[in-house]
Design a protein around this ligand. Structure first.
Ligand code: UD1
Length: 416
């Protein structure tokens, strides 16, 4: 079992180039099934979640090859419409294949996704959206089976702006007859990126980034290439790491507007942050102060995926910061581990009160989920002494070369 061994207290200096967004790549890989041709995805990070999605494509009969940071998919050979339990378990977001498989093959069978480390992860909104477009859905032997001889464009109203349900609706709608209007759609930048890919395929989709997304279904047979947007959550992680230490760091290849709430919070903590085109410059003297409540909300609100990393930065800030988690239950499991480093965190339901301490010291800890694991690395960089983080498979789902990047900035970190 490998661990990340981090000796805290080092200054971070230098430049980081932020890799492509996991949450863009995964739905675009699913969307490549619609292409019935070749898709080349550029800026595709090397992540275990992406490799799991590639395995699913191959299982379905598609050709999928990685060449460094590029993935080429040929979906003409699609020969199956099921995703078995083993593959579903490897990547919890594989429910995103549902809409695309149904649209392309008229049927999709997925082993039911289990709960996940962030609490129960229902898919009722995904299924409701597909039903609205004409799918018949049944459950047989632990699998969800969706069938639709013909999908028809309709109005799909989501009771909550779920990212995955919005994407599934867009994917199914792309090959449906007529126009689909998704209302109360998620507005995350990754939805916009998916829209860009669909437009490249020839689908007239518009409205992404607003609460109403419109997709005019069409027949597709296209070869396309697409470069995914930078990963705003990975960028937020490096910003939090810089904030928690004494640092002067340049993050290049980012879209600063996607990080507005995170940057606002870090400035309030006392970091100096400047944006210039696709670069963010951050400077921190490591002496942070508590901030107004950090409340997670759907985009453009503060992202739930950056909550643990910002909490890690707040551990040594002067005063008490309240975190309010509104998206996922059970998203404070990192707090328990942070307490092992000496953190003062009190949790009641959705609220975590974090009181800064100057006595953070290294200890053995375990990553319990992806962003919580990254947050432990941030906390360790700001702690005194050595922290050993286990459970690295969680971190590897979403960070391409976390330790190499941090080491290049001057951190004392290695995988052992
Ligand atoms: C996506 C992101 C994930 C991020 C999340 C919220 C991907 C691959 N993952 O996940 O990193 O944390 O957005 O920004 O893009 N819900 C239901 N029923 C449903 C679907 C969702 O009740 O059918 C609830 C969820 O339990 C959760 C909330 O809606 O409480 C948000 O989930 P959603 O936006 O769907 O997140 P994901 O698409 O799973």
């Amino acid at each position: 079992m490998s661990v990340l061994r981090i000796t805290g207290g080092r200054e971070l200096r230098g430049e980081v180039r932020v890799h492509g967004a996991k949450n863009s790549v995964l739905p675009i890989i699913a969307a490549s099934l619609l292409a019935n041709g070749e898709t080349v995805i550029h800026n595709c990070p090397k992540l275990s979640d992406v490799e799991a999605a590639i395995k699913i494509l191959r299982h379905l009969g598609c050709r999928a090859e990685r060449r460094d940071r590029e993935v080429a998919v040929d979906s003409r050979g699609l020969s199956r419409l099921d995703i078995p339990h083993g593959l579903m378990r490897e990547m919890r977001s594989s429910v995103i294949f549902l809409g695309a498989l149904l649209a392309r093959g008229g049927e999709a069978s997925l082993s039911l996704p289990g709960g996940c480390e962030l609490g129960p992860r229902p898919i009722d909104l995904h299924l409701g959206a597909l039903r609205a477009l004409g799918a018949k859905i049944t459950e047989e032997g632990g699998s969800i089976i969706c069938r639709a001889a013909r999908l028809r464009g309709r109005r799909v109203n989501l009771s909550f702006p779920s990212v995955g349900a919005t994407e599934n609706a867009m994917l199914a709608a792309s090959l449906a007859e007529g126009t689909t209007i998704v209302t109360n759609a998620a507005r995350e930048p990754e939805i916009w990126d998916l829209q860009c890919y669909l437009r490249a395929l020839g689908v007239n989709a518009y409205g992404a980034g607003t609460p109403t997304v419109v997709v005019e279904g069409t027949r597709i047979s296209a070869d396309v290439s697409h470069s995914v947007i930078p990963d705003r959550i990975v960028a937020a992680t490096y910003l939090a790491a810089a904030a928690a230490t004494r640092s002067k760091v340049e993050l290049s290849g980012v879209i600063p507007a996607h990080l507005a709430t995170v940057v606002g919070t870090l400035r309030e903590m006392g970091c100096e942050i400047r944006a210039e085109r696709e670069t963010l410059y951050i400077e921190s003297d490591g002496n942070l102060r508590a901030v107004r409540p950090v409340i997670t909300e759907p985009y453009p609100g503060f992202p739930t995926d950056a909550q643990p990393q910002l909490m890690a930065a707040a551990l040594r800030a002067k005063g008490t910061t309240a975190f309010v988690e509104n998206i996922f239950e059970n998203r404070y499991r990192h707090a328990e581990e942070m307490r092992r480093l000496g953190a003062d965190i009190k949790i009641e339901g959705r609220v975590a009160m974090v009181t800064g301490t100057d006595k953070l010291t290294g200890a053995p800890v375990t990553a319990t989920d992806l962003r919580g694991g990254a947050a432990l690395a941030v906390a360790a960089l700001g702690a005194e002494g050595v922290t050993e983080i286990s459970g690295l498979h969680h971190i590897d789902r979403g960070y391409d070369g976390l330790e190499d990047t941090l080491r290049a900035l001057g951190a004392e970190i290695r995988r052992a």
